[in-house]
Design a protein around this ligand. Structure first.
Ligand SMILES: Cc1ncc(COP(=O)(O)O)c(C=O)c1O
Length: 411
């Protein structure tokens, strides 16, 4: 057999480490941002795909079905109405760029604004992929602590003043203000106004990542930073991953033309998939508004099962806030629990969790925390998975000292 070619010497310095081969999902999967399988509106999506393909399928012969590099226009027009209605954003279809998931927005905004050594400000506990991206670019990250109402404005003001005193001009404040990942906090309107005031005072751009904003239980959300900003220094991103399904890979970005026009040349994929966009536009206009309440209800029921299971199995050892929306619970365990080790031990028993250290700029603060996605496991899997997690945690760390007297049927 011939020796395989060694690509190693060709890989540029500073490339990410090699990927680990995917070995399948854990039996009890509490990781990732996956959604509730029962709530994917499959029949209506089939009907929407069929109708749109029958009507416009031949347009697939042209890149972007001839709607241009910003994506399928009827979907952008749906978003114009939706964003006005629930986030207060006044924009036109020309201000919207359709993307392959809002992940692509993270890459585009970073590519447009950041270079090695730049400073960015963000919530201390944060979306792992955002933190990884900042690290790869070589950005300096200033993490701002959160309380139960999200990013603390006194700490943001102090961080901005500190940067200024050191002669550092931060490029942007990246924030997930509406159902934050991982804390599920919602930044109230007065804090939003203060964040914008500070951003203007210090001449910093704001990057608003709003992908969970459709998942607030009572459907009421504060206006988007984008809507409140007078300085037009905000870039807003959103996604259909959390409201419909992540495997669709459809997200979007809203931005003023001076910065949108700098990001478009960086989107070098010749357009995001048009079939998904056509199907979504067809589906969303008649169905989106009625789909959401059903999804929120299902997610709320799941988090109730999770909180109940944690209370039964961990008792006071697991601390968390009852979230107002979303798909995650950010849980604090006693200080002696290292959730990275807990993650490794639990995985061997078929339970996957996200260890806190991967979701925070502050390793000491996050080492005993974990993020639990409750959307994709079933109610039975939530109960069984949490029971196993408590057993593993007790074996490894001696906590919880004892669990509630609950019957377990772990197959
Ligand atoms: C805060 C945040 N931003 C962006 C994304 C990217 O999502 P997608 O690319 O599926 O739209 C996620 C996914 O979990 C997220 O949690």
């Amino acid at each position: 057999m011939s020796q395989s070619f060694d690509f190693g010497p060709l890989i540029p310095a500073g490339s990410p480490p090699p990927a680990v081969r995917w070995t399948g999902l854990a039996k009890y999967n509490f990781t990732g941002g996956n959604n509730d399988a029962d709530e994917v509106p499959v029949d209506d999506l089939i009907a929407a795909a069929t109708a749109s393909l029958k009507r416009e399928g031949r347009n697939l012969a042209t890149y972007n079905v001839a709607h241009g590099p910003q994506g399928y226009r009827p979907l952008r027009e749906f978003l114009v109405t939706k964003l006005k209605g629930d986030a207060g954003i006044a924009c036109s279809a020309d201000d919207i760029l359709m993307l392959s998931g809002s992940s692509q927005a993270l890459d585009l905004v970073n590519a447009a604004l950041l270079t090695r050594g730049d400073t960015v400000i963000c919530e201390k506990d944060n979306y792992q992929s955002t933190l990884t991206r900042f690290a790869r670019i070589g950005a300096k990250v200033v993490g701002i602590p959160l309380d139960k109402d999200g990013m603390r404005m006194d700490a943001l003001a102090a961080a901005l003043a500190d940067c200024k005193s050191r002669g550092v001009q931060p490029k942007m404040i990246y924030t997930i203000p509406t159902v934050q990942n991982p804390t599920a906090t919602i930044l109230p309107e007065p804090r939003r106004a203060e964040l914008l005031r500070l951003s203007e005072q210090y001449g910093v751009a704001v990057f608003e990542d709003d992908c969970y904003s459709d998942l607030i239980w009572d459907g009421r959300r504060p206006p988007a930073l984008y809507a409140m900003s007078e300085a037009q220094n905000v870039i807003h991103i959103g996604s259909f991953s959390k409201s419909i399904a992540p495997a669709l890979r459809v997200g979007f970005l809203v931005a003023p033309w001076p910065i949108l026009s700098r990001m478009l040349p960086l989107k070098t994929d010749a357009g995001s998939g048009s079939v998904e966009q056509m199907m979504l536009a067809e589906y969303c206009v008649p169905h989106f508004a009625t789909h959401l309440p059903a999804l929120r209800k299902a997610l709320r029921a799941k988090v109730e099962t999770l909180m109940e299971a944690l209370n039964e199995q961990f008792g006071t050892a697991a601390e968390f806030e009852d979230p107002k929306g979303g798909i995650f619970l950010w849980v604090k365990l006693p200080d002696n629990v290292d959730t990275m080790k807990l993650y490794q031990a639990a995985l061997k028993e078929g339970v996957a969790i996200n260890p806190g250290n991967e979701w925070s700029t502050d390793k000491a603060h996050s080492a005993s925390r974990l993020r639990i996605c409750f959307a994709s496991p079933t109610h039975a899997q939530i109960r069984e998975g949490v029971a196993i997690l408590a057993d593993v945690c007790r074996r490894e760390f001696g906590v919880p000292a004892r669990s509630g007297n609950v019957e377990r049927r772990v197959s």
